[in-house]
Structures are given as C-alpha cells and as structure tokens.
Design a binder for this molecule. Structure first.
Ligand code: ZN
Length: 355
C-alpha cells in the first residue's frame, strides 16, 4: 500500500517546499509541534522533493518519487524509536534489518502508525548506523536525506559518547550532500546539543477541512472499518492532529486518566482530589502525563462547547479559564516539576473554577 498523502500544512508546504526546490533548505532541521500532526510525514514529503528529478517536485511520477513514496529510495533513510535489540552490541546489519522490517510494517498500514511506547528509543546502535550511512555517497540521487522521528528519544548512553559526538558533528557541520530532518513533539526533552544545532520549524495542527479529507482517505477508512467511533468523535479526539487517532492503548489510558481528573475536579470534595493526584504519580512517564493533560484539554473544550450550546456563558468562560490553567501545567510539565505536585495544584485550582 502506498503511503497516505500529507494532509494540511499548506502554508508550511509552500514555505519549506519553495526552499527545498531552490536548494536553500537548512541542512539540519527540527520539525516540532503537537504529537500526531504529521511531522514525520511532512519530513518524508520534503525528502521526496529533495529526491525528485522532475522540473516541478514533487511530481509523484518520476522514479525517485515512486521510490520515495514506497519508502524504497536508497538515499531516503527513515529512523524512529524502536525496541532495544536483544544483542547489547548489535551489528549494523541487524539494525538495518530491524528498521527495514519496521518500515515495511508502517508502509503496510499506509503510513498510519501508533506513537512509540515508553521503552522504544533511538539507541546507540542506530546512531552508529546513521553516522555510517551519512559517510557514504548517495546511491541513486545526488543527496541523502535522513528523517529522524521522535528525536528526543535519542538518549545519551554510557560508552556511546563517540557515536553521539560523531552525530552532533554531522548536524553542526553537515556534509554538502546530506539533509537531516528531525522531528519532536517534546522539544523540551531534546538534548540541548541537538536543539542548538538544528533550525527549528513549528508544525501546527491541521484545519478541520484537512482533517475531513484525511478521514475520507481510503487507508484511513480501512484502518477504522471495525471501529464504531463516528467521524465527529474522531474530529474531536484528533483536534487537528490526525496521528492522535492511532494512539491505541496509550490514547485511551490518557483519556481515562483525564476523565478521572475531571470527575475529581467537579466532585467538590477534597478527598478525591488527593486520590486523583496520587493516581497521576503512578503513571510515571512524563510523556504519559503530558498526554493526560492534552486529553484534559479536549474534555474542557467539549465542556466549553456544551456550555455555549446551552447558552451558559458563565460555564463556557469557566471552562476556558480552566483550560488556560491546564495549558500552564503543560508548560510546567516540560520542566522538572513533579507531575503529582502539578496535578494537585491544578486540580485545586480548576475545582475552584468549575464548582
Ligand atoms: Zn518526482
């Protein structure tokens, strides 16, 4: 199955596409923005432009385009978090085989995939493979393009300093024939040495029109054929980030945690407030916590729309104020503040507003 096309991002496509066509795209780019808005797909689209051999890239017709769209172009390398290989020091061949398999899986699903689980990462063996491939000449085109998704999962490891430094050097002093496109939905978690060596581009949520077009895509229809969720519900859940629809268990866990917090905040009793805040501490991972806050924002958005529908201006204003507190907590969660502490304060404050 070919990759589902890139939906939305018209303005960015114009801006970045023009630069790619003119040959003035920065050599090391960081695409950052909410999870699921299509940053890796945008990266692959840019890579396709850089590889296309026609006069109006991406033509979608030339051999380079066809190879890019089927993720078979030898000079288009896509890396993203993977489970750690059993062998502690795997051969580069094993790393390549692992990615080839993972990419075939993503391709088989039309390029629609779930976010990485907590234990998946971009481990040192992968960084070594990237460094080695970057040193080789392009095999088919005139340029190698690396798309590295969820780059904040590139973690420093003991004994891996050499590979990490070699990668940083590549970002800083890029080879003339190499482009690096990194993506991250948690740019605050990126190694500062990576952030400072890349040109940041913010990728926004896509419009409702683009979301509707995405939902009508045959690959998307196929992916949801067994689901009872309506397109209207999907629009709410996605909130302009189509990839959120493929969150699987993580998405429903975050939504359940958010509903618990919401119930606690609107119950008016202090005891549940405390219990719910403790519940957040157990989930541990910072990514899961941010995901919960995002789901809470969706619930508050629903509450706001419901209030407006009932002509309850006071209720709508309260939900909107609560949402801005959640936004603030989300900012704090990027730093080093303890999620439990953030949650107990947040719950106390939004309970004061909503009850
Ligand atoms: Zn082409």
């Amino acid at each position: 199955m070919p990759l589902a096309p890139l939906y939305g991002h018209e303005e960015l496509r114009k801006r970045l596409g023009d630069r790619a066509r003119a040959g003035t795209l920065p050599a090391s780019i960081l695409l950052h923005g909410p999870r699921g808005v299509g940053k890796q797909r945008l990266g692959l689209w840019l890579a396709q432009i850089l590889q296309c051999t026609s006069d109006s890239p991406p033509c979608g017709e030339c051999q380079a385009c066809r190879y890019s769209l089927s993720l078979a172009h030898p000079d288009l390398r896509w890396y993203f978090p993977r489970p750690r290989l059993k062998d502690a020091d795997p051969a580069l061949e094993d790393v390549r085989d692992d990615y080839m398999e993972a990419i075939q899986e993503r391709l088989a699903a039309g390029g629609l995939y779930e976010p990485p689980s907590g234990s998946e990462g971009i481990y040192v063996a992968t960084v070594r493979a990237i460094v080695q491939e970057a040193a080789m000449s392009p095999a088919m085109g005139s340029r190698k393009v690396f798309v590295i998704g969820d780059a904040e999962r590139m973690v420093p490891q003991e004994g891996a300093e050499q590979a990490a430094n070699a990668f940083l050097k590549l970002l800083e002093e890029p080879l003339a024939d190499t482009t690096f496109i990194l993506t991250s939905s948690e740019p605050g978690q990126l190694l500062p040495t990576i952030r400072s060596r890349t040109v940041s581009v913010r990728v926004p949520r896509i419009s409702d029109d683009a979301m509707q077009a995405f939902l009508a895509d045959p690959r998307v229809r196929e992916a949801f054929k067994a689901s009872e969720e309506s397109d209207a519900d999907r629009l709410t859940v996605a909130a302009g980030a189509p990839g959120r629809l493929f969150g699987g268990e993580a998405r429903s866990a975050a939504m359940m945690a958010a509903r618990k917090l919401m119930d606690a905040a609107t119950s008016g009793a202090p005891a549940p407030l405390h219990a719910a805040a403790l519940g957040v501490g157990i989930t541990g991972a910072r990514g899961a916590f941010t995901e919960t806050l995002d789901s809470l924002l969706l619930l508050l958005g629903e509450r706001m729309r419901a209030s407006l529908h009932d002509r309850n201006a006071h209720g709508a204003a309260a939900a909107s104020r609560a949402a801005s507190l959640v936004e603030r907590a989300r900012e704090q969660a990027r730093g080093n503040v303890n999620p439990q502490l953030i949650t107990s304060r947040l719950l106390r404050d939004i309970a004061g507003i909503l009850t």
